[in-house]
Write a protein that binds this ligand. Structure first.
Ligand code: UDP
Ligand code: MG
Length: 338
């Protein structure tokens, strides 16, 4: 169970979580649009920015905003933990009855909150934003993303909607459900679906990044995909038993045939090519299957170590919680994890 108890501030209806990593040039425009949207909503809100170990001026600029608008709160992580973990940290610090997760680079238009909220008021627990288009993304990125979701849904136990990022609204009960998930390997897109509840979609056009460049490259995406497969499916592990069986049964008959033939017709030396092919083929299969087992084993190791998910260096705007946090850190107990 998470160790951070949410401070119940029932007067806050909407919490917005923004994970930020090196987004100094996007913050002005982000807050300009986001605060305009929130002001129109005529509701109580807070904006929780998770500074995920930014190396530029992001924190300084966030602080300027925090002092100007107290509704903007900051959780400053001790280093870069990656977006998935930044989001989990954000969920731990929210108070709102509804929580919206939004990117800092304006690829998730804040104006869409106007459509997310009514759906929630209608009674949906999760309202996710599905993109109609992927402007500014290459053909390769689009097709690999499509293939990824296709395969993932084929082999995984939960249905993960296509073309849907983390941009969504979550009801408090879903947030509490997510906070109970202790996994260190956090494939959030999968977890959002896995928890269930009443879910619905809202469609939007996803614009390209406002400023800066995405921190994702193909290597990271590949690892992200592996995370998805291994977190939500045992298929890659099981497949080897079936493949092994499919090869072993014919091999048994073939071996029987060879033994009989040798006994009847005598020893027959040629066969170097077929031997070599068989050795290389099976050697390859064995290495691949060991690799797959290794992927799972590594993740088991990570889970077993049970390290806290993240550490918080400091927080701004959380009142009581803030004071407690600093005390604990100063007391030498380390930061606040889960
Ligand atoms: N982000 C983060 N930690 C990271 C990488 C990204 O908090 O290690 C944030 C980033 O600041 C942005 C969001 O996650 O608000 C999405 O990041 P990005 O635009 O790089 O991803 P993409 O839109 O390409 O999926
Ligand atoms: Mg982006």
């Amino acid at each position: 169970m998470p160790s951070i108890e949410p401070i119940i501030e029932p007067d806050i209806e909407l919490s917005v979580i923004v994970p930020v990593y090196n987004e100094q040039d996007n913050l002005d425009y982000l807050f300009q649009r986001l605060l305009a949207v929130l002001a129109q909503l005529a509701t109580t809100y807070e904006v929780i920015c998770i500074n995920d170990g930014s190396k530029d001026d992001t924190l300084k600029r966030l602080l300027d905003y925090h002092y100007q608008y107290p509704a903007i709160k900051i959780v400053n992580l001790s280093r870069n933990f990656g977006k998935e973990i930044a989001l989990s940290a954000g969920l731990d610090y929210t108070n709102g009855a509804a929580v919206v997760i939004i990117d800092a680079d304006l690829q998730d238009p804040p104006e869409l909150i106007h459509e997310l909220l009514p759906k929630w008021r209608e009674g949906y627990d999760v309202v996710y934003a599905t993109r109609r288009s992927r402007a500014g993304e290459s053909w390769l990125k689009r097709s690999t993303a499509f293939g990824f979701y296709q395969v993932l849904n084929l082999i995984s136990e939960v249905m993960i909607p296509h073309n849907t990022g983390d941009f969504r609204l979550l009801d408090r009960r879903v947030v509490e459900a997510l906070r109970q998930i202790p996994e260190r390997n956090r494939f959030m897109k999968g977890l959002f679906s896995w928890v269930g509840y009443k879910q619905t979609a809202v469609v939007f056009d996803r614009p390209p990044r406002h400023r800066g460049s995405s921190s994702w490259n193909y290597w990271k995406l590949w690892n992200f995909a592996l995370e998805g497969f291994t977190s939500f499916s045992f298929m890659p592990l099981k497949i080897w038993s079936y493949l092994g069986l499919a090869i072993a049964i014919p091999a048994f008959f073939y071996a029987s045939y060879l033994i009989l033939r040798t006994m009847i017709l005598g020893i027959d030396v040629p066969g170097y090519a077929s031997l070599m092919v068989a050795i290389l083929f099976f050697g390859g299969i064995q290495l691949v299957s060991l690799g797959v087992i290794g992927e799972y084993l590594g993740r088991i190791y990570q889970e077993v170590k049970g390290r806290p998910l993240y550490f918080v260096r400091d927080v701004y705007g959380f009142g009581e919680k803030e004071v407690k946090e600093v005390k604990e850190v100063r007391g030498g107990k380390g930061g606040k994890g889960r």
